[in-house]
Ligand binder design. Structure first.
Ligand code: ADP
Length: 197
């Protein structure tokens, strides 16, 4: 049973890769961004509280995000494994996730970091803006999200690197090739985990 995370900057194709990887490893993909967007469109309480943060490219406050993930990880389908996409994004969220997993006697098996140069991310975001019309896909909002990624989410990546569970994948190029490379890298890691550095 596999518990995985995928972390990557906005526009890195994280959501697409999460879906393919989840199918391959036969675990549900849990995307905090998707859950927020679905709540926003259904105008739930959570959606109404989160909407402005999403539109502005800010992180939704940790207490809302943590509560959402805590509830989701208590559902039956994720008991035996999951692929978390978009969480944790801040150091306090990473601490909170540790506590949630420890409470159920579980731990993460691997963390996938998808890397791509900023210029390529911006180009992809502009393509996605034309295709999907997401309200947070404008240049200013995108740059804020990218900046937040560099300032806050890198720290989360370092935590997992220090634990020796980080698998870095080159996210440039064609999506099918990236999926294949990610699967190969994760399988190799799971077969022979590295000792913490
Ligand atoms: P992307 O991968 O393009 O950044 P996501 O779908 O993962 O997009 O997230 C979209 C938005 O949802 C984020 O910009 C943020 O406002 C909110 N969000 C998603 N996950 C989190 C999180 N873990 N903490 C805070 N905000 C989040």
């Amino acid at each position: 049973m596999t518990r995985l995370l995928i972390i990557g900057p906005p526009g890195s194709g994280k959501g697409t890769q999460a879906e393919h990887l989840a199918r391959h490893f036969k675990v549900p993909a849990v995307s905090t961004g998707e859950i927020f967007r679905s709540n926003v469109s259904r105008k739930t309480d959570l959606g109404n509280q989160a909407a402005q943060y999403l539109d502005d490219g800010h992180f939704v406050p940790d207490h809302l995000t943590n509560a959402l993930v805590k509830d989701r990880l208590l559902e039956g389908d994720v008991m035996h494994g999951f692929l978390l996409d978009g969480y944790p994004r801040t150091a306090p969220q990473a601490t909170e996730l540790d506590a949630m997993l420890a409470a159920s006697g579980h731990a993460l098996d691997a963390v996938i970091e998808l890397q791509a140069p900023d210029a390529e991310l911006e180009e992809r975001m502009q393509r996605r803006a034309a295709e999907q019309g997401r309200t947070d896909d404008t240049i200013d909002v995108f740059r804020r999200r990218l900046d937040l990624y560099h300032r806050q989410t890198h720290e989360v990546v370092s935590v997992y690197a220090g634990r020796g569970i980080l698998v870095t994948v080159n996210g440039s190029g064609d999506p099918g090739g990236i999926t294949a490379a990610a699967i190969a890298a994760v399988e190799q890691f799971l077969a022979a985990p590295q000792p913490p550095s």
